[in-house]
Design a protein around this ligand. Structure first.
Ligand code: LLP
Length: 444
């Protein structure tokens, strides 16, 4: 049950009961209710630190840094940890920027992304002095220049490049083939147009290039090709402008284990290969090795959280082929795990409150929402004696779980509880019906 790649480091099973940092699931459910996201704080800190150390070991003075992708999960407490660990953060909206700042992250450690940043978001980012704004359209180049003029500063920018790579992951989370809304295509000449436009604007300082090829990627090949294409582009820049771009950001995307047969990518699996690819490409295009940054999100936070649910009903349904499928309904669903419905994502689950030696039967774990697609796990073999009141845990829900949660069916979003050294504390509280009603303007 406790495949360490799926369950975070401080999870253990004692007599069939899941424990996080020695607190049992039954106790956690009693104190915080269900559904709840439980976050292994020590694991989060360790994962973030490991990426940062690996980058520093590989690139030395040319290690630009880790910029944690806030979209995977952010709260002010997590922003404090990021500031404490000393890494940077990638934000892509005004909301994420606000949380980063509220959590005490220095603007000098913030990178702003987004394919359609509003003028207000750009204004805020320039006014607080973020480290870099990553350019994603020609319109935006003018908007950032205007903001820099307004505040009398020179804004450092990157250009987001589309290197034309088909990363092997779900279509909705693959981002560097040509037919996407992100970035400037290298092949079509759009990227060069962006370079020339930025060069004419004294308010902007082009510091480097960026790409993000997709998410939940295993293996290093796509990253190596991306590094080569981006350095080739940097070589072209040097030939034309007689100066080298000092920075290269290779984005995030490192995969994690959701299922028992998968293995989470660790920094040692990719960073040395990335180092080799960057050095080789730099030599090939006669460039100095630029300062290298990365933006892992899922890989840092994903493995550090699990969701705890309580079973409400169980129903045996005879399906088309005559077999029986057990429908196990829990007290959450597609509002706090949209990934199964959106991407056909696969998750694992187990009973977290007790042992069971019952036979495993064909089952489906579903939520409480009013639609058939409200599925958390489409197919799973589950103990036949699962019953109302049992607690069920789903590992690896830290990334894009709470951050993509909705209020569908007016279900309040679950809290996030951080656990460290045997102590649990709420870092995002549970939404209430009053929170939901607070948005409504009652018109008589
Ligand atoms: N940098 C940029 C510019 C990105 O767009 C992303 C993710 C990341 C970094 C972080 O990628 P990660 O290391 O987390 O793979 N909602 C989808 C994932 C969308 C990812 C969007 N961009 C999911 O639940 O799978």
């Amino acid at each position: 049950m406790s495949n360490q790649s799926m369950w975070s480091k401080n999870i253990s099973f004692v007599d069939g009961q899941l424990h996080l940092s020695n607190i049992g699931a039954t106790e956690l459910a009693k104190e915080f209710g269900t559904p709840t996201f439980f976050l292994d704080e020590e694991a989060f800190r360790a994962r973030a630190t490991a990426w940062s150390l690996a980058l520093a070991a590989e690139f030395g003075t040319q290690a630009g840094g880790v910029f944690y992708a806030a979209k995977s999960f952010i709260s002010t407490a997590v922003a404090h940890w990021i500031a404490d660990i000393g890494i940077g953060i990638d934000v892509c909206t005004g909301g994420e920027l606000a949380v980063a700042i509220a959590g005490g992250i220095s603007p000098k450690k913030i990178e702003l992304h987004g394919n359609n940043k509003s003028v207000a978001e750009i204004d805020k980012a320039v006014s607080v002095g973020v480290k870099t704004i990553v350019m994603d359209s020609l319109y935006e180049i003018d908007r950032v220049a205007a903001a820099a003029r307004k505040y009398g500063t020179r804004q450092a920018v990157f250009i987001r490049l589309t290197p034309g790579i088909q990363a092997h992951t779900h279509e909705s989370i693959s981002t560097a083939h040509e037919d996407v809304k992100f970035g400037f295509s290298i092949a079509s000449g759009a990227a060069w147009e962006a370079v020339e436009k930025i060069a004419q604007l004294p308010e902007l300082e082009l510091k480097g290039v960026h790409c993000h090829i997709g998410s939940q990627i295993f293996g290093t090949e796509s990253f190596e090709i991306a590094a080569d294409r981006l350095l080739q582009f940097m070589g072209r820049y040097r030939d034309s402008y007689k100066r080298e771009l000092p920075e290269l950001d290779l984005g995030g995307g490192y995969g994690i284990a959701y299922m028992p047969n998968e293995v989470t990518v660790e920094p040692a699996d990719v960073i040395p290969t990335l180092g080799r690819a960057v050095r080789e490409a730099a030599a090939k295009y006669s460039l100095e090795v630029p300062s290298i940054s990365i933006e892992p999100g899922r890989n840092i936070v994903g493995p550090t959280m699990f969701t705890l649910y309580e079973v409400g009903t169980v129903k045996d349904v005879t399906i088309e082929d005559g077999s029986v499928r057990k429908y196990i309904s829990v007290d959450g669903g597609m509002s706090e795990n949209a990934r199964t419905a959106l991407y056909d994502a696969e998750y694992f689950a187990c009973i977290a409150s007790r042992n069971s030696s019952a036979p495993l039967v064909q089952s489906r774990i579903v939520g409480k929402h009013c639609e058939t697609g409200d599925i958390i796990i489409r197919d799973i073999k589950f103990p036949a004696d699962v019953a109302p009141g049992d607690l069920i845990a789903t590992p690896a829900t830290g990334a894009y779980g709470r951050s993509m949660a909705s209020n569908y069916n007016h279900v309040p979003r679950p809290p996030v509880v951080a656990v460290i050294a045997g102590k649990a504390r709420v870092i995002v509280r549970r939404e209430t019906e009053d929170d939901l009603l607070a948005l409504d303007i009652a018109k008589m």
